[in-house]
Design a protein around this ligand. Structure first.
Ligand code: ADP
Ligand code: MG
Length: 731
């Protein structure tokens, strides 16, 4: 521990890439080999059992015991062939991470030997000792049982960790009393709700469609730094971000990292995790450098939303595990470094039918375009009505560092659609108002919109990178999601508000048609009203500008910059009604969840505050005093030589400045601890979170300010923590 910084820098400098061996096969030959895919299932199951499970999955009905037993036997046979010795239910509690509890297939028998067993019961349900997962007061400790239940719509897979090979079964996590305690159950409910609501609307245009599903393609940003440097920074270790640190002279201002050539060691790491991802059937396709030094992005092909969410959770896990092999630490935090870009997770979202149509893809024929416009405008209307809920769904302590800073979408939710579609919407609004749509039987043709819309696809200049919610040709891209987030929560919200909106739409169109209006006319009339009603949410300009903040205020759009205030919207009546009436949450579940989110915020800030206090007192102040002593010695020496005061005036000034910084830090740390104490005794989760936000957090900035000044002024050799330039520029 003599000088951890020096040691860690040395270790990082000496690191070589490990030269990953990729299979000599094509990716298509090993893609999905660790997944219990449809084809695998077919191979290992009797025809009856296979058909049974398939129809249960597609109709969402209960899987009978006999089928469950057969599927379990098939999974066991397959997994054991692959070398698996244990199985685990795999779930996504509200902690943000994934959770597992492994059991061996092996069970001892009375003759002193044993067998490998895996029954339908074990497949369908498991009881982890769940008392330590966040539950927002749903479970009293005396009824600490929660259980996990198999989700057959996401395929089981094999996780290889070193020599440990485990069969993982995606599950939902519920309390003993039936309330959901995870991110998955509500997501599945919202997807089901969307399917139910969207299908009748699709059938207005396409009678053959029998299924609609939400699709998600996420783009994951992350930082990579050398492991030894990571372990020399308590803040990175404990809070995932640097709480101190002077920005380096060179950051991202030259833009020389973005899409630049990937450093070799990182490239090696990427090949390695992509191989693992492909084996797990995660369709990873894209890799590139991001804007900030040491920042990268990966993206797969989009998938059905439930599977896409699982794959994103899995990939975050894989990144960390594979990173270890390369002595690299993957930082998923939204803002690991001050002064350079943070990380997000764009959620590309759309809906598609079993007839192969993307509902947000502008078509070539007028009829298809009316279908496109219907879904497109309904999304806008839904977001306009529930923008605060959407904001709440992306709120987290770590994401607060991005939203509202001029590098990521602001905390004001708005929708960007591009100039073409803006003019299309204006035209519809005008024409319908003038009654032109019903002069001709073929109303949409008359609107002449079919010629315009396909242009959107070609128009690449029409891109706005500053919008939190942007239409990008054939999907909406939710850009404000944080890089550590579980996509399930914002996707649950989006599915739900869209389904709710489509239900409303269908009702209105039906009512008009009942009054004798033709279908197209009725649809256009409703769409037109939606367009007019949703104007305030549409914004095409620079979302980072101060003008937009002022304009948004005029429009009545909220600008909620911090999580505890964003979460308040979850307690509004309209939000409760939305979730409860549509069976996504019951009231108790929603309250519990809200409380968990408040608590998570408080806990994160508490950890940061403690870590910062310790680092300031245990690392920064001793270094400052050390250097100050050297200066004092120096001054004393110069004085002894009989030099005049002018000869050491700079040293004296520096000594004074350092004293000022030391005093400020010492006082601020003490004051911060006082505020923490006051906050900790508050009763309500919401008040506590707000106290941490308003009273504790401001000290982070002042302590950091003085610490960073000290870092800037003292002898480089005395500074105990790896500096930004070391963290960010080692390759
Ligand atoms: P970019 O946004 O960087 O220009 P792309 O437009 O190619 O990149 O796609 C970004 C992401 O959007 C990818 O993950 C892709 O799979 C996803 N995506 C494309 N089409 C859809 C869709 N219909 N539904 C959901 N995601 C989609
Ligand atoms: Mg994108």
């Amino acid at each position: 521990m003599e000088n951890l910084r020096e040691e860690s820098v040395k270790a990082a400098l000496q690191r070589k890439k490990i030269n990953v061996k990729l299979p000599s096969k094509r990716i298509s030959e090993y893609y999905g080999e660790n997944v219990f895919t449809d084809a695998t299932m077919k191979k290992y199951l009797s025809e009856d059992a296979y058909n049974g499970i398939k129809s249960a999955i597609s109709s969402g009905t209960k899987i009978d015991r006999n089928t469950a037993d057969q599927v379990a036997a098939a999974m066991k046979a397959w997994a054991i062939e692959k070398g698996a010795k244990s199985y685990s239910h795999w779930f996504q509690p509200l902690t943000g991470a994934t959770a597992e509890k492994h059991d061996t297939f092996f069970i001892p028998t009375s003759d002193g030997k044993g067998i490998e067993a895996f029954t339908g019961d074990s497949l369908v349900q498991q009881e982890p000792d769940a008392s330590s997962f966040p539950n927002g007061g749903i479970r009293q400790t005396f009824e600490a049982r929660g259980y996990t239940a198999w989700d057959p719509t996401s395929p089981a897979f094999i996780m290889e960790i070193g020599d440990g090979i485990t069969l993982c079964i995606p599950t939902i996590f519920i309390s003993y009393t039936g309330e959901s305690l995870d991110h998955k159950a509500p997501l599945l409910k919202s997807a089901h709700f969307l399917e139910k609501a969207a299908l009748p609307v699709v059938n207005l245009f396409d009678r053959h469609a029998t299924k609609v599903q939400a699709t998600l393609g996420w783009e994951q940003e992350y930082f990579v730094i050398d492991e030894s440097l990571f372990y020399a920074r308590p803040d990175l270790m404990l809070s995932g971000r640097t709480l101190l640190g002077q920005a380096p002279a060179k950051g991202q201002q030259l833009d020389d990292h973005y899409f630049g050539s990937i450093p070799e060691r990182v490239y090696d790491f990427m090949l390695d995790f992509e191989k693992e991802a492909h084996k797990l059937g995660i369709p990873v396709r894209t890799r590139h450098n991001e804007v900030a030094p040491s920042q990268f992005e990966l993206a797969p092909m989009f998938e059905e939303v439930n599977v896409a969410v699982d794959h994103n959770q899995l990939i975050m896990d894989i990144l960390e595990r594979v990173g270890k092999r390369h002595k690299l630490k993957v930082l998923l935090h939204e803002k690991p470094f001050q002064g350079i870009n943070g990380s997000g997770k764009h959620n590309n979202w759309s809906m598609s039918t079993d007839t192969g149509k993307n509902l947000l893809s502008p078509g070539k024929t007028p009829k298809n375009n009316l279908m496109f416009l219907t879904f497109f405008v309904n999304v806008i209307k839904a977001v306009n009505e529930y923008s605060d809920l959407l904001r709440a769904s992306i709120a987290s302590a770590s994401n607060d560092h991005r939203l509202g800073a001029n590098e990521a979408p602001p905390a004001i939710i708005s929708v960007f659609i591009g100039s073409h579609l803006t003019s299309v919407l204006e035209e519809i609004s005008k024409r319908v108002e003038q009654g032109k749509y019903d002069e001709d039987k073929n109303a949409t043709l008359k609107l002449d919109i079919h010629n315009k819309i396909p242009d959107v696809l070609l128009d690449n200049t029409d891109r706005n990178r500053t919008s939190p919610f942007a239409f990008t040709g054939n999907k909406f891209e939710v850009r404000a999601v944080g890089s550590t987030a579980n996509c399930a929560w914002p996707m649950t919200v989006l599915n739900t508000i869209m389904a709710n909106q489509l239900t409303e739409f269908k009702k209105e169109v039906d009512a008009l048609m009942k009054d004798g209006e033709k279908k197209e006319g009725a649809i256009l009339r409703v769409i037109r009203r939606y367009i007019d009603d949703s104007q305030r949410i549409l914004f095409e300009g620079d979302n980072y500008s101060d003008e937009w903040a002022a304009e948004a205020k005029k429009r009545g759009l909220n600008n909620v910059k911090t999580t505890p205030y964003a979460l308040d919207f979850l307690e509004e009546k309209s939000v409760k009604d939305l979730f409860v009436n549509n069976n996504i949450f019951n009231e108790k579940e929603l309250e519990a969840r809200t409380e968990i989110f408040f608590e998570a915020y408080t806990l994160k800030l508490q950890i940061e505050s403690r870590t910062l206090g310790e680092m300031a007192l245990n690392s920064v102040l001793p270094a400052a005093i050390n250097y100050q002593n050297r200066l004092i010695e120096n001054v004393r020496g110069l004085k002894e030589l009989g030099l005049k005061k002018e000869a050491y005036s700079s040293q004296l000034a520096l000594i004074t400045r350092i004293s000022e910084h030391i005093n400020s830090i010492e006082q601020d740390v003490a004051a911060m601890i006082e505020e923490r104490k006051k906050a900790n005794v508050l009763e309500h989760a919401s008040d506590k979170a707000k106290a941490y936000c308003d009273k504790v957090k401001p000290y982070f900035d002042t302590i950091r300010y003085h610490s960073d000044k000290i870092e800037l002024e003292i002898d480089d050799k005395l500074w105990p923590l790896p500096k930004y330039r070391e963290l960010l520029f080692f390759k």
